[in-house]
Design a protein around this ligand. Sequence first.
Ligand code: BGC
Length: 587
Amino acid sequence: MAHKQAAMAVDVPLPRHAGKPAPDVEALLAQMTLAEKIGQMTQIDRSALHGSDGGEIKDFFIGSVLSGADSLPKPNVPETWVAMVDRFQDHALSTRLGIPLIYGIDAVHGNGGVKGATLFPHEIGLGCTRSPELVEAVCRVTAQEVAAVGIDWTFAPCLAVPRDERWGRTYEGFGETPELAVTLGAAAIRGYQQAPGGAAILATAKHYLADGGTSGGKDRGDAAITEDELRRIHLPGYEAAIKAGVGSVMVSFSSWNGHPMHGHRHLITTVLKGELAFAGFTVTDWAAIDLMSPDYKKDIEVAINAGIDMVMVPTQYREFITYLKELVNEGQVPMARIDDAVRRILKQKVRFGLWERPFTDRTLTPTIGSAAHRAVARDAVRKSLVLLKNDGAALPLRKEARVHVCGFRADDMGVQCGGWSVGWRGRRGDITTGGTTIRQAIAEVVGAGRIDFSKDATGAERSDAVVVVVGEDPYAEGSGDRAELFLTTEDRMLVAAAKRSGKPVIVVLLTGRPLVLGEVLDEATALIAAWLPGTEGGGIADILYGIAKPTGKLSCSWPRDMTQVPINVGDASYDPLFAYGFGLTYP
Ligand code: BGC
């Protein structure tokens, strides 16, 4: 019945199979062959299917498929996703035991891979809201837009506590203190996993452990820290996530004092599953076990015995399956360990109703990017903005004022969304997804006739105020690691040119982390950290024009110069430009 209704919503082929009651996990496990069990522990990327219709899922009893952040079907419209995911599920249900597939994606700030989805501020911005209610609401909407294409699992929230702003993943964490990972991480998990109306999806606490604690902020690096620091700074987020019921934990590419996390039995089995009583399943990061040594079979043995339950292979699954089978037959990996892993995975599949509702609820599909969802995102943008300076009450702008908006970033959807936006690293320019740039948003608030736009501040002197948008270009993971955190020369020249107009200069920063401001701080009459706000530029216009008052508080300390980096609240000598928690407002 549900399928008939749904067919009206999205016009793609209906699956062959139907839902059925969930089995008893122990009874199911007792029937499974070793090949079927290993299949459940195997996660492949859709690209590993080489454009086939997905029949390999059936042949190898594959338990999970993911879309890596660049692994997006074409044409990238919701209908393609629904048809693809349901087709894969049909194959899984055609196996002897018909165990449903669980499909995962990095919906880390909205369902970023799917064009047209609502994209929210990245976590560093959400950290500035200090609002668990808002984060929960954001993640409920995201869950709905994920479920709307048949996907059941997001690799979010990121519980990293980024301690060095040179790290390219700084923006993926809620901020530099464990408190933010604790309160907002748990809220995100509730939002994803308890989304109403059949939209609940499995959440992932990642990346276990101390991904944000590596020396020099090196991505996939080594956290050379004491156990006390590990537990005090990086573990509390996981404790709270487990209390909030998180169903999966992704292990970090990084190591702790030289020991790779993926082989860390003490941290995975003793601490996470034992001490913290985590009852869900662990998943590796992308091809992460391969990095532990040159011997892949050994890597598998070490990782599974350390407590890894599912391996994000993600492409060479034939080798993975062959080796793991051999390891079990040779007695190197105990059958009890395999059974524990499979039991944990099956329990989450039962919990999220995959037997009863294996296919996309197509009535959800038209809600992707809806006005109601964008309104939640716009509110999140407003609350994530941090007003750092406001001389002479330059802000809010009056609606009657003639405003010159400048800098290409003011009209660049790619820059305002950052990484994980229709592609892994994101990119400058029109990423052909919906939403409103800052320039468009200002025009919507005051009317296009009241604003001028230039890339280089030409003509700014004819205005009453100049809004200058500067910041970082999109990146993700290691491609964002930087030795120095300066604005580009082009951006600095732009602010200087705006200043020469003699008009108040309102600087809006689109950035994944604090940047050294230098002379820009003096040249700016007012300054707003807008982070990576996502598709809804309207939230920035709302603050600029006082439609909403700024309430955001810094989720990270702001250094004066590079000699202060890394800088964190609680440091022995703490003298930041703007302290953790700083944020101005309007009277
Ligand atoms: C990232 C993870 C992500 C995974 C799957 C990895 O490169 O480190 O955060 O979930 O890819 O796309």
